[in-house]
Ligand binder design. Sequence first.
Ligand SMILES: Nc1ncnc2c1ncn2[C@@H]1O[C@H](COP(=O)(O)OP(=O)(O)OP(=O)(O)O)[C@@H](O)[C@H]1O
Length: 247
Amino acid sequence: MGKNEGAAPAVRARGLRVVRGGRVVVDGLDLTVPAGQVVGLLGPSGSGKTTLMRAVVGVQTHVTGELDVLGLPAGSPDLRRRLGYMTQAPSVYADLTVTENLRYAATLQGAPRGSVERVLAEVDLAPHARDLVATLSGGERSRVSLAVALLGAPDLLVLDEPTVGLDPALRRSLWDLFARLRDDGCSLLVSSHVMDEAARCDRLVLMRDGAVLADGTLAELRARTGADDAEGAFLALVDAADAAGAT
Ligand SMILES: Nc1ncnc2c1ncn2[C@@H]1O[C@H](COP(=O)(O)OP(=O)(O)OP(=O)(O)O)[C@@H](O)[C@H]1O
């Protein structure tokens, strides 16, 4: 039996609604993300991916409807140590070394001793442990942010566009890491607007205008639309939704 069999879904939303700046940006969203999978949250810029992730990790205000994370209401104090979140903006100090950043974050999170060395190895940054973050490349810097999110050995990792701006080899090594974390029992929700990353996900959630356009495996979405890839499936689903809306 798999580690996550019978486990509560990683995320379960019913009628989720979020207002930002006086505007409804997520409207009646229903979604179930199973545990123990790498789930890709895909959609164009402004479709609500970041807003949904912020609601999941409990930092978004003006959220109504039902939202459960690992079987508990989003924002529950008990979830704090079970979630890892990597935002689009770097969450590390440029004037500290990689290790200093991680030690500081580990203290704030109350992460166990030894977690700094563990995450350094996980994101392949041990050779840069003593380097100032200011001297790292963009890809190395985003791996430091990822390492911070991994410090508490989270059950659910929420990553907002972690591969943006990275070269193809680095993107591949990060997706390999996500698969390893999944194999160790972690659930991952990873946003991207690069549709070709869909092939690395166990399951996809396609978002548009603050709602879920479709969700399923890439094979299911391809079969449903007759498209060759995620981008084709997304466009076919947009056309179908527009045609349904026009009638
Ligand atoms: N602080 C804010 N105040 C008001 N509206 C906001 C705010 N942040 C985002 N929005 C709006 O909410 C909507 C959803 O934005 P969100 O950042 O969730 O989209 P996204 O899919 O993550 O986009 P991207 O891929 O560009 O990050 C957009 O229309 C955006 O303009």
